[in-house]
Design a protein around this ligand. Structure first.
Ligand code: UDP
Length: 447
């Protein structure tokens, strides 16, 4: 049997596309063939930023890129998660069998052997199942987060959460005896306050269970207890390296900040970024700007210029412009986090950012908003103890004084810094376990 041909289908947002693309490149390096299916919208963005070479081939790689409409109209709000999930499912699932047939006709000596999907694309595992093709889930968040979704049904049965909207009937939930006790509000379905999402994930879990493997960008050092809860878990992390970052091609990375960082001494810069989705409100934005100013330390702050966000960007207080900070639209984050001048990371605790920070031994200041971010904060602050959290005031604001206090506290905490280095060394040293799991996965797909 030759090398397998994988059809990778990420949910069409950056936080899913980027890690799955990175994983696809790793599979390609192992001689596998990859067809990467994305939405027309993302395909066009990738084309205009010249990531794509001739005929849908990703530059300098053996990955073929194909696209389908996701059914979201140009005038629709892509931040409306429910709309994008439903529309993607309806539009793409109807077209997928035909696309698979076409891909197989072109590759008749190397037909698709396995479909890999991310969250919200579980319908594609149903299609794979119907067509007799192997399927696997690539989970772009923590194993614990997946355990939490997989526990929803039993939590309902045990009367711990409501069957219609997932609202908890307890203040705290422990998903399993060896997992940390967490605030119920940290459960990823709960904090979206969204019955649609809860019910969608109940169904999604059924589909995701059709996948033979749950590939996770994590490792035993980080989440042994969660990983041991299902034989489907295959930790293939941490995925490291700066190459193949399609985010940088979808959104122009400001590489000039690397030279800017070069002029600063080791561990002197505060890096601030809230990932690809979060936007903070104008009041909180000003408070953060003043908080960074109060610190009297240099900082690098990513403020995305999304559609409709210009007023947020423009609200950066004039009197602070050009002081110790540099504000950029989008950073080459992985390169930043391994730059010696970075002292700490004010982060929304997205899983990718968390892993990138852990792999570079950078202490974190946790500012989670929703989804799995609160759960990741629990790991960062209470389990690995490599960061601190902010407290909100009575108006739900993180004040400038709180920002100054916590950043100063973190930068003076030698124990946290030591734990960061130890965790980094351990995770990097044991990277071979992830590589072994990767080989196991490829061999399974070959069978
Ligand atoms: N990222 C980046 N430049 C930025 C901010 C973020 O390249 O200015 C990348 C970051 O390295 C990470 C991803 O965007 O790989 C964000 O993923 P994460 O899971 O942390 O958060 P999400 O965007 O899904 O909320």
């Amino acid at each position: 049997m030759g090398n397998p041909h994988f059809l990778a289908i990420p949910y069409p947002i950056l936080g899913h596309m980027n890690p799955l693309m990175q994983f696809s490149h790793i599979l390609a390096k192992h001689g596998c063939k990859i067809t990467f299916l994305t939405s027309d919208e993302n395909y066009n963005k990738m084309k205009t930023t010249s990531i794509i070479g001739g005929k849908g081939k990703i530059m300098e790689s053996h990955i073929n890129l194909v696209s389908l409409p996701d059914g979201v109209n140009p005038q629709d709000d892509r931040k409306d998660v429910a709309k994008v999930i439903l529309s993607t499912k309806t539009t793409m699932s109807a077209m997928l069998p035909k696309v698979i047939e076409e891909i197989n006709n072109i590759n008749c000596d190397n037909k698709i052997s396995c479909i890999i999907v991310t969250k919200n694309m579980g319908w594609a595992l149903e299609v794979a199942h119907q067509l007799g093709i192997k399927g696997a889930l690539f989970w772009p968040a923590s194993a614990t987060c997946l355990v939490s979704f997989n526990s929803m049904e039993s939590l309902v049965e045990e009367g711990i959460i409501d069957s219609q909207n997932g609202l908890p009937k307890k203040e705290e939930i422990q998903l399993s005896t060896n997992l940390p006790m967490m605030e119920a509000a940290a459960m990823p379905w709960y904090n979206l306050h969204n019955a649609f999402f809860f019910l969608h994930m109940m169904k999604e879990m059924q589909n995701m269970n059709l996948g033979e493997w749950w590939l996770c960008n994590t490792s035993m050092d980080l989440e042994a207890e969660a990983i041991s809860l299902s034989p489907k878990f295959l930790p293939i992390g941490p995925l490291m390296g700066n190459e193949h970052n399609i985010m940088g091609s979808l959104w122009q990375e400001d590489e000039t900040c690397l030279e800017w960082l070069d002029q600063y001494p080791p561990k002197s810069i505060i890096y601030v970024s809230f990932g690809s989705l979060i936007s903070i409100g104008p009041n909180q934005f000003i408070e953060l700007a003043h908080g960074l100013d109060l610190l009297k330390r240099p900082y690098l702050w990513v403020v995305r210029k999304d559609k409709g966000d210009n007023e947020v960007k423009n609200s950066h207080p004039n009197e602070l412009k050009g002081n110790q900070g540099k504000i950029i639209d989008w950073s080459p984050q992985k390169k930043i986090l391994c730059h010696p001048s970075i002292a700490c990371f004010i982060t929304h605790c997205g899983w990718n950012s968390t892993i990138e920070s852990v792999c570079n031994g950078v202490p974190m200041l946790c500012w989670p908003f929703f989804s799995d971010q609160l759960m990741n904060k629990t790991y960062i602050c209470d389990v690995w103890k490599v960061g601190l959290g902010f407290e909100k005031d009575e108006n739900g604001l993180i004040t400038k004084e709180e920002i100054k206090k916590k950043v100063d506290e973190l930068l003076e905490d030698e124990e946290i810094k030591e734990r960061c280095l130890k965790l980094m060394e351990m995770v990097v040293k044991n990277k071979g376990e992830g590589d072994n799991n990767l080989n196991k996965f490829i061999n399974w797909a070959k069978e």
